[in-house]
Design a protein around this ligand. Structure first.
Ligand code: SF4
Length: 250
């Protein structure tokens, strides 16, 4: 069985992952243990883009010690914010992003984080994943945050057949009963960091091997049923130019 998104499959998947990660010393996604308010979820998620959890953790904890809310962060000296978020990489961009976000919260929402998807998406540096994280981890409102781990594993399992995290979010919202949305992201992110890694998934150690389209195929020495659907971005100018350069070389 490859798990084409039926409710029973999702329930079994999540039950098995919960049991699996209750044992052992596994890495835990940042947001699960450290965010204390919707504001911290929002800023922590922006900081987490393209960096490791450990770096997000260090930077976010240091930032929130000095600037725990929108009012204080909005008024913070940019150089100080840059210094605090430096462990996350792209620190100049991220410092501007989190301060601008805090300023917007202050100006438009009285310093409070809004509770609707539409309002969250109107904030600078907030995309669907970040907005969903705020809803789920900040407010306990059902949402489906999809990062590269969730996108990859949903496709490997066969719960989704999609080309982008946005398509995966739509597929999961359609196919996964709402009562399972909350644990979906933390468990799949944890699984993606520890076992179902981008390259070289450890299927032999995975509690989902017999349910998973990819795991079953690999265990039988066959290729997965279809190529993995890595996130596909529109080609930029350099990518569009590359084939022309190659064809001229031939
Ligand atoms: S069986 Fe392999 S591909 Fe499938 S979820 Fe587990 S680690 Fe990932």
């Amino acid at each position: 069985m490859t798990g084409r998104g039926r409710a029973l499959d999702v329930e079994v998947v999540l039950d098995r992952l919960s049991a699996f990660y209750e044992r052992g010393d596994w890495r835990v996604p940042y947001l699960r243990d450290h965010a204390e308010s919707p504001f911290q979820v929002l800023i922590g998620t922006i900081l987490s883009q393209r960096t490791k959890d450990a770096n997000t953790d260090r930077a976010a904890l240091a930032l929130f010690r000095e600037f725990p809310d929108a009012a204080s962060l909005a008024a913070a000296p940019l150089e100080r914010v840059e210094r605090l978020v430096r462990p996350t990489g792209f620190y100049r961009v991220k410092a501007r992003a989190v301060r601008a976000c805090a300023q917007e919260l202050l100006e438009r929402f009285g310093g409070e984080v809004p509770r609707s998807m539409e309002a969250l998406l109107s904030l600078p540096s907030v995309g669907p994943k970040t907005a969903n994280c705020v809803l789920v981890f900040g407010f306990g409102i059902p949402g489906v945050p999809v990062d590269t781990h969730v996108h990859r594993i949903a496709n490997r399992l066969g719960i989704a057949r999609t080309r982008s995290p946005e398509e995966t979010e739509a597929a999961l919202r359609r196919r996964v009963p709402e009562r399972y949305w909350a644990p979906l992201n933390p468990l799949l992110v944890q699984h993606g960091q520890n076992v179902c890694r981008p390259r070289g998934p450890r299927c032999g150690a995975c509690p989902l091997e017999d349910l998973c389209a990819t795991g079953v195929a690999l265990a039988r020495g066959r290729p997965p049923p279809r190529p993995e659907d890595a996130p596909r971005r529109p080609p930029g100018p350099a990518a569009r130019a590359a084939p022309r350069r190659r064809s001229r070389a031939r």
